[in-house]
Design a protein around this ligand. Sequence first.
Ligand code: S3P
Length: 341
Amino acid sequence: MMKGIGVKMLKRFYPKRTAESTYVIDYKKLYQEGYRGIIFDIDNTLVRHDEDATDRAIELFKHIKEIGFKSCLISNNDEERVKRFNKDIKTNYIFDAHKPSRKNYIKATKIMGTTIDTTIFIGDQLFTDIYGANRTGMMSYLVKPISPKEEIQIVFKRRLEKIVLYFYHRDMNKRRSNIVLIGFMGCGKSSVGKALAKQLGYNFIDTDMMIEKKVGSSISQIFETKGEEYFRDMESRILKGILSTINGAVISTGGGLPMRSKNREALKRIGKVVYLKGSKELLVQRLSKDTTRPLLKGEDISKRVDVLLKERSHIYEELAHRIINIDGKSISEIVDEITKR
Ligand code: S3P
């Protein structure tokens, strides 16, 4: 399979967005996002290859005009083909466009009176339509071709497109899923989490830090002044927020967070759950001088860890998609183990 540099090179062909069809895109939303111009490819994007404008194509142009969009067709086909399609649409057009050359993408923005940043390109081919839009710096939207019947030179290109799309989808899935770190106090969720996020190019989120920021005081103070129940409610609330908004992040969780069953449900939906499992001895050793964790204050650390571990370890194990034993391993060894699979 292709690695490193090869895959990086393919990224130039990745569309910024994709849709099943030109006709299912939410154009009102695009307008709200600040876009003002749309450039369309014609064949297999708006109609079948060489087909005249259909009713739904005519409707589409009416619809986007009503929203406030300017539009322009750009096609690598000749004047006759483009004019014939445009007969009932009556928008701007450029024929013999030589996509993926940038020239006519830029010309289209000039015709529409828009800028690169406020223009969207919609097309069905990666190596001409999408590549050209990407080179120009424009938002590129890939749609599925309308008809499976294509000319022979396009059939060959489609095979190559399939390879690029395979890597595109793989990268998108990777990007979308979060990694959630769970485990007992002192197992290194925050330090491993930060290093892991750095390696993957993900954001790093720590639920304890989020709570401290939201409440404006330290975890110890929250336990002292508002009580543990308040803190646990905050954990659940924070989790709900993460569930609906966060993608592509490493999330380090407080050691007690998975104890509520509804939190466990949320964690499973947020991403891949990794349990950093340390032996009692290691955890006691790491926690023996700790002064920040309210659950350990004034207690015999060894006994306390023993009791809590008995209550919690089976919950961590049941919840985890993966368990990583951390004893004797450095942070980078743990990160490598997580990313290996
Ligand atoms: C807790 C663990 C702490 C923090 C709070 C309660 C627990 O987080 O959320 O002190 O119940 O185990 P760490 O696991 O990051 O220490």
